[in-house]
Structure formats: C-alpha cells, structure tokens
Ligand binder design. Sequence first.
Ligand code: GDP
Ligand code: IMO
Ligand code: MG
Length: 431
Amino acid sequence: MSDGENRGRCTVVLGGQWGDEGKGKVVDVLAEESDIIARYQGGANAGHTVHVGDEEFILHQIPSGILHPEKRCLLGNGVVLDPIQFFREYDEAESRGVSLDGRVGVSLRAQLLLPYHRLLDQIREGKTTKKIGTTGRGIGPAYEEKIGRRGIRVVDLKDEQEARERLTEGRERARARLAALGETDLGAVEACVEDAMAIRERLLSLATDVGLEIHEAIKSGKKILLEGAQGTALDIDHGTYPYVTSSTTTAGGAASGSGIGPTAIHRILGVVKAYITRVGNGPLPTALPPAMDEKVRTLGAEFGATTGRPRRCGWFDGVLARYSARVNGLTGLVVTKLDVLDTLPEISVANAYRTPEGELTEFPADNRSLANAEPVYETMPGWESSTAEARKVEDLPRNARAYLDRLEEITSTPIDMIGVGTRRRQIIHVA
Ligand code: GDP
Ligand code: IMO
Ligand code: MG
C-alpha cells in the first residue's frame, strides 16, 4: 500500500465503476484537509450522499464539500448547471443550518441546463424502445447543445437583452424538437425564459473564472479537491456506450472541466465498492443471480440517491477496475462498503471474462462481448465478522485483509482508503 507521500496540492476523486461508489462520503472526508472543492462534470444526475451526525444530505449539483464551514465550493466549466435545482439545493442546505454565503462559485463558462432539456430527456426516454435508463435530469440534451455550439453559458446571461433572446431561442428550438417527437404540451417549460430571468442576477453574483481561481489557489499553496460524478464505465468515450452519461467522467475531464492543466493534478483516487452496482440499462458482467442480488441490495441499501431505483448488484469486477486504473492513471484506490460483505461466507472477484472469442483480461469496447462475457471468478473465504469499528488496517479480520490485498494485485494499484460504514469516522486511511 502507498506511503502517502502524494497527499497534497490537487487531488481528484472519481468513480471507478458505474457510479454510486461512495464518492460523496470520500469527498466529505477529504474536504477536511482541502481549501477548495470543485465539481467538474455532470449535473443533477449525480446523487452524492453525505452523513454528518444523524443528518443525511444528498447533493446533486453542489459539491460534497459544503458541509465543512469555510471551504470554498466551485462548479467548473464542464458541469451542466441546472439553476433551479442548484438554488433549491443551496436554499435547502442553508435552511438546514449550512451557511453558504460567499463560499460557492459557478464557472462563467458552465453550460445552463434548462427545464426544456429535462423534458426532452424524459420524453425521449419515454418514447424510445432502446432506453438508456437515464436519470431524466436533462443531461444528454444539455450536453448535445453544448457540443452543437448552441448552448447557453452562465456568462451569456450578463447582458439582459441577449440573455432573453438566447433563452427564447433555446425554448423555441426545444419546442420544435418536442413537436417532432409528437409532444405539443410544453407545460412548465413555457415559463422557462421568465423563470431563468428571475434568477439571472442571483446566479451572476456567484459567477467566477473557476480555472483562474483554482490556478491562483494552487500557486499560493492551497489544496484543491476535484469531485467527479458518475463513474469510469459511464464515461462518454470509455464507458459502455451508448449506455453511458454524456460527459467525460474519467480523470482527463477533471482538468478540462475545471479549467486547469493536467500537470496540476498529482493524486487521482478511484473510488470502488468492494463489490459493484449499476443503475440504468447496459451490461453488468458480474451481475449476481436474483436471490444473491436481492441480498446484497438489502445489505448495501442499494437504491439510487437521485431516482430511488434499485441498483443491480454484482461481485467486484477486476477487469473493469484494472481498466479504470489504466484510463484514469489512478494513483490509489478507495475501497468503500467493505462492511456490506461482513456476513457473507464466501466472496468472489472476477479477474477475466470468458467469451466466445476466448478469455479476455482487458475490458472490451463492445457491449456484445460484455453481454456474453462469463466472468472467471476467484472465490475467497469471507470474514464473517463486523468491520464497522475498524480504524486501521490491522483492525480488519485476516480474510478481509487478504481480500483487499487481492484487489490491489488485480488492479496493480495501492489502496489508500477503506470505507467500513456510512459515517465520516468509518474510514481507514491506509496511506
Ligand atoms: P456517490 O454517488 O458515489 O457519492 O455514492 P451514493 O451516495 O450515490 O451511494 C453510496 C451510498 O453508500 C450512500 O448511501 C453512502 O452513504 C453509502 N456509503 C458510502 N461509503 C460507505 C461505506 O464504506 N459503507 C457503507 N455501508 N455505506 C457507505
Ligand atoms: P453519481 O454521481 C449512477 C446513469 C443512469 C443511466 C446513465 C445515463 O451519483 O455516481 P444520464 O441521466 O446521465 O443521462 O443517465 O448514467 N447515471 C448514474 N448512475 N450514479 C450516477 O451518478 C449516475 N448518473 C447517471 O442511470 O444509466
Ligand atoms: Mg450517487
């Protein structure tokens, strides 16, 4: 395991599987030793859960660092910013006693995600026979407009008249697309121009050049934490396309989505569960048979933080984890939810896939191979005792340590932290 010499300037925390790995909790823990926490991609499709005392916060749009008073929390240019959701979350946090005044900033270059993007997402998913199983938060349509160079950025709201024109154009474009889908009832979307104009000044009051702010903070010796959303296998390029999200969830996106150079990043942590889950459609090679799937879902409380959907559960997929280590250049792993496996007599890990084309040890590009892949499992004895109170590696049962050692071997990546419960203190710092 690594010796921790890397702790410092700019750390990325990202998902190494299909999302929901426990990034929110890890960011909350690492925020303690950071000055700035920034989201760099995705939008309100994310659902990051943080437990503080008896309170649970589920953050969709605002970085998971907000629960530490005094820390600066930023939303970078790579984010699609839903201003209505953003202020709903902002106000809710304040109403629960979290003071955000002066410590939240949004990038001038961030793209706006508007009610018509949500509607388009939901209507499209409703009508297609090849459903991706999106969160319905408008992510695909908003990124389509960005890449199509029709999107509206925060900075575009500065001029009042231009803002109104751009918003009206956007709404009319959405109306035409919805009409082509046979949808004429725009519902709440009718009011979107006025609704956006009403929060324009409030949003602009938080606008900042995020890349510049982070750059200057690094120069003055401050510590930065970049918070990823979703996971590696949901990446637009490296995931199980088209069953992916529409952004770069892998480490490269942390630089481009926050506006800093890749060389400023020195520590990249890939968060992985001690098993695996997936919500939404697409292949899951190590999926468990129904009774065991149900058992792990119950043990791990595996229901979506954004949509409440049940997550499919599987054994740890070493092929995917090795791929994540490679495409992200991981410096360390954070293995979460080890405690969920506490009662199991045996635990399996896949280290290869058997396919009609032969045995694969590298994650394939095509979903057909993944759908037909039969995992080659190694089965290890469980530890059948509680890990919840372990605070250092030596506190863990021998079989749990052997399991973690095997994950390190399979991924050729050191484990830096281990999660043994939902609470802040239920974490083991290895490094
Ligand atoms: P994220 O999207 O990656 O931030 O993860 P989610 O918040 O969607 O889902 C992770 C869930 O696991 C949340 O309910 C967390 O409270 C919980 N969690 C995180 N780490 C641990 C852990 O080490 N053990 C247990 N039992 N739960 C954890
Ligand atoms: P966090 O940050 C798990 C999945 C959806 C769907 C696909 C595309 O909490 O880990 P989208 O709405 O992005 O167009 O949906 O991606 N998905 C997630 N799965 N965790 C998430 O975020 C996810 N965000 C999107 O279920 O399969
Ligand atoms: Mg989540």
